[in-house]
Design a protein around this ligand. Structure first.
Ligand code: PHE
Ligand code: FE
Length: 314
């Protein structure tokens, strides 16, 4: 039964894509209680303290995000009423979200393998971590929890263009697997879905979930002198390395979700994948001659040693 979930032919998206034998993926051990789809049978039942942690994280972000977060994000938060108190119920949230863009939110125990993630996205299911951080890990957690996943990612799924981009990104996984270019496609996700900035009439705002779900980067990404802010160019971004456990040395800016869609979904990536080296070409702090630069970062934060040396996020 479980075997039939895995797909052999690559022209459809209703079963999990087969992972080519030579593809490198993070070695994730699947907990026994989840199947090949990695879905929890049901959402966790949170304790009162866990609901409080959500409320406190929510309140902290709402002090910071107005004026710094993309308009579409703030609107999505309001439409889904994610601040009504406690960790949102995935069932109720999915009902509201699916009425808007056809997306639902499904619970997973932890980070899931890329090919399974692609399959869920391609079917408009957003896998969200089921657990919530503790008071001890209030400021930083390595694994994405329900606050990062739901507060950070779900609001933008109410935007019709961004919602379509996310589905197309999932489908794009099939081709990236075939070309063994997961690294390149992941860099695109990193610099858009997780750490993307967008030009708005009154300045550059954040739309990336990795930025918007934490207090420090929500300010740093749009206001600090250290990081570069460069217009997003797909050929450049898929060749750019990224850091996963510190503030970003570079952010990439789009003009609109329509522009992002045109640059990615409407473009055939075959030639791009064929032209890529297996590794990254550019350091994550590089500024290249062809870049359209909004702000050339001082990189002072990174030069002072970043998080490891408790440098000020200036
Ligand atoms: N259009 C891309 C391709 O041909 C797929 C893609 C969609 C890539 C969305 C990124 C984001 O492979
Ligand atoms: Fe995320």
């Amino acid at each position: 039964m479980e075997q039939t979930l895995i797909q052999k032919n690559t022209s459809r998206f209703d079963t999990i894509p087969e992972l080519p034998a030579d593809t490198f993926t993070a070695p994730l051990a699947k907990p026994d209680h989840v199947g090949l789809d990695w879905l929890e049978p049901k959402q966790r039942v949170y304790t009162a303290e866990e609901h409080h942690i959500w409320d406190d994280l929510f309140a902290r972000q709402m002090d910071i995000l107005p004026g710094r977060a993309a308009t579409a994000f703030i609107e999505g938060l309001k439409r889904l009423d994610l601040g009504k108190g406690g960790v949102p119920d995935f069932g109720e949230m999915s009902e509201e979200l699916s009425a808007i863009t056809g997306w639902e939110v499904v619970p997973v125990p932890m980070l899931i393998p890329d090919h399974v993630f692609f399959w869920h996205l391609a079917n408009r299911r957003f896998p969200a971590g089921n657990f919530i951080r503790t008071r001890e890990t209030f400021d930083y957690i390595q694994e994405p929890d329900v606050f990062h996943d739901v507060f950070g990612h779900v609001p933008l799924l109410t935007d019709p263009v961004f919602a379509d981009y996310m589905e197309a990104y999932g489908r794009a996984g099939w081709k990236a697997l075939k070309y063994n270019r997961l690294k390149a496609l992941s860099a695109l996700y990193w610099y858009t879905v997780e750490f993307g900035l967008i030009n708005e009439a009154d300045g550059i705002k954040s739309y990336g979930a990795g930025i918007l779900s934490g207090p420090t980067e929500a300010v740093f990404a749009v206001e600090a002198k250290s990081p570069n802010r460069i217009h997003l160019d797909v050929d450049r971004v898929v060749r750019t390395d990224y850091v996963i456990s510190d503030l970003q040395p570079t952010y990439f800016v789009i003009d609109s979700f329509e522009e992002l869609f045109a640059m990615t979904v409407d473009r055939d990536f075959n030639d791009l994948y064929e032209s890529l080296d297996p590794g990254f070409t550019y350091a994550n702090s590089a500024v290249l001659p062809q870049d359209k630069v909004y702000h050339k970062g001082t990189q002072e934060y990174a030069l002072r040693g970043g998080a490891a040396s408790l440098a000020e996020p200036v």
